[in-house]
Design a protein around this ligand. Structure first.
Ligand code: DCP
Ligand code: MG
Ligand code: MG
Length: 365
C-alpha cells in the first residue's frame, strides 16, 4: 500500500486569528509585531495578512520598515499564549484525521504532518476527500483557513502545501512527483537554505530537475557524504522519514475507526476497550503514570467532541483508565444521536514511576 501523507499549514496564522477576533480588521492590512522592550518603534514583524503582503511586508522585517511601506496598516502586538490555545484546538482537529495518534506530528505552532495511508487505503482520491474534510472542519470549528498538501512522503506533502496558498490544496501522486519538482528553483526544496542555494547556483544548478540528474559523487565531493546523498534523494522526491509524534513525551493515545458508522454502544465500548488496552501497554512499557484522561468521538458528519478529566493523583491503573474512559464516552454519546465514525482515548500529565509502581501505589500498599 502506498504511503499517503498530509501536511497542513495555517494561513497567515497570527494575523488570521486577530482578524477573526475583530471582524473590523477584515479589509485592512494587519501586521502582527514582536515588539522588543525598547518600545513600539523597534521590533520585528511576526506575520501579516495577505493585504499587507501585497505592500511588500514580510515576516522578520523590522516593524519600522513595515510601517514605512504601509502607514495605514493596523499594527498589533503578538499574543503568543492566545495563539497557542487556538493552535492546540486546531491540532486536535488535525490529529483526529490521522491513522492513529502516533501518525501525527506537529512541527510548529501552525503546521503538522498526518499519515493517512490506512484511512484512505493508499488511494489518493480518498485522500483528497480527507483533505477537503480537514479544511472544512478547521473552518467550521475555528473560522480559519489552511493550506493542505498531499503526497507520498513528508517532503512532498510539505512542499505541496505551500504550492497554493492561502486556502489551497495540492495533491501530488507518486507518478506526478518528478513533474512537480523538476521545474522548481532549488531554494524551494524543503531543507535548502541560502548557503546551499548559492553553492548550487555556482555549480550551474538552478532547478530541482537539474539537481536530480547531477552526478552523485560530485555532490558528495562538494557537500560531504550525508548532505550530498540527501540532496540527490530529496531532489528526486525520495523521503523515507516517518511521521512521529514529537510531543508524545507528555501524551499517549490511540484512535481508530469503527468497522462501520454506528450508534451501537456495545460496539463502540468494545473498540474503546481495545484502545485502552493499547494505551496501557505503552504506559506499562514506559513505566509511567498519568493524571489526565481524554476521550474523543468523531461523528459520521465529522463533528468532533472531546471530554477530559484530571484525576486526583497520577495512576498507572488499567481499571481506572477503563472506567474513566467508559464513563466519559457514554456521556459524549448521550449528547448526540448521530452515528459514530471514529473514537480515541489518550492519557496525559505523565510522570515516571518510582521503580515499578507509581508513587501513589507505593504509599497505598
Ligand atoms: N512567525 C514568527 N516569525 C517568523 C515566522 C513566523 O513569529 N519569522 C509566526 C507567525 C506566523 C506563524 O509563526 O503566523 C506561522 O508561520 P508561517 O511561516 O506558517 O506563516 P503564516 O502562517 O503567518 O503565513 P502563511 O500563510 O504563509 O503560512
Ligand atoms: Mg502558516
Ligand atoms: Mg507554518
Amino acid at each position: 500500500m502506498d504511503r499517503v501523507i498530509i501536511h497542513v499549514d495555517m494561513d497567515y496564522f497570527y494575523a488570521a486569528i486577530e482578524e477573526r477576533e475583530d471582524p473590523s480588521l477584515k479589509d485592512k492590512a494587519v501586521v502582527v509585531c514582536m515588539y522588543s522592550n525598547r518600545g513600539e518603534e523597534s521590533g520585528a514583524v511576526s506575520t501579516s495578512n495577505y493585504i499587507a503582503r501585497k505592500a511588500g511586508i514580510r515576516s522578520a522585517m523590522p516593524c519600522k520598515q513595515a510601517k514605512a511601506l504601509k502607514p495605514d496598516a493596523v499594527f498589533l502586538p503578538v499574543r503568543r499564549e492566545f495563539y497557542e490555545e487556538v493552535s492546540a484546538r486546531v491540532m486536535d482537529i488535525l490529529r483526529s484525521h490521522a491513522d492513529s495518534e502516533d501518525s501525527f506530528e506537529k512541527i510548529s505552532i501552525d503546521e503538522a504532518f498526518l499519515e493517512i495511508s490506512e484511512n484512505c487505503g493508499g488511494d489518493f482520491e480518498k485522500a483528497e476527500k480527507i483533505g477537503l474534510q480537514i479544511k472544512h472542519d478547521v473552518i467550521e470549528h475555528e473560522k480559519l483557513t489552511c493550506s493542505v498538501g498531499i503526497g507520498p512522503n513528508k517532503l512532498i506533502a510539505k512542499m505541496a502545501s505551500s504550492f497554493r496558498k492561502p486556502d489551497g490544496m495540492t495533491i501530488v501522486k507518486p507518478e506526478d512527483v518528478r513533474n512537480f519538482l523538476n521545474p522548481m528553483p532549488v531554494k524551494k526544496l524543503w531543507g535548502i537554505g541560502k548557503v546551499t542555494e548559492e553553492k548550487l547556483q555556482q555549480m550551474g544548478i538552478e532547478t530541482l530537475g537539474q539537481l536530480a540528474v547531477y552526478d552523485t559523487q560530485e555532490l558528495i565531493a562538494q557537500f560531504g557524504k550525508n548532505r550530498g546523498i540527501w540532496l540527490k534523494k530529496a531532489s528526486s522526491g525520495i523521503d523515507e522519514s516517518p511521521v512521529t509524534e514529537r510531543s508524545s513525551a507528555d501524551q499517549i493515545g490511540r484512535m481508530a475507526s469503527l468497522k462501520e458508522d454506528t450508534r451501537d454502544d456495545e460496539m463502540i465500548l468494545a473498540l474503546l476497550k481495545e484502545l485502552v488496552d493499547d494505551v496501557m501497554k505503552k504506559v506499562d512499557l514506559r513505566r509511567i503514570s498519568f493524571r489526565s484522561v481524554t476521550v474523543t468521538v468523531i461523528f459520521s458528519n465529522f463533528r468532533m467532541v472531546t471530554k477530559s478529566r484530571t484525576l486526583n493523583h497520577p495512576v498507572s491503573d488499567r481499571s481506572i483508565l477503563q472506567e474513566t474512559a467508559r464513563e466519559m464516552m457514554l456521556q459524549l454519546l448521550h449528547e448526540s444521536s448521530m452515528n459514530c465514525r471514529r473514537i480515541g482515548v489518550r492519557v496525559g500529565n505523565l510522570q515516571q514511576n518510582i521503580g515499578q509502581k507509581s508513587l501513589f501505589e507505593y504509599f497505598e500498599r
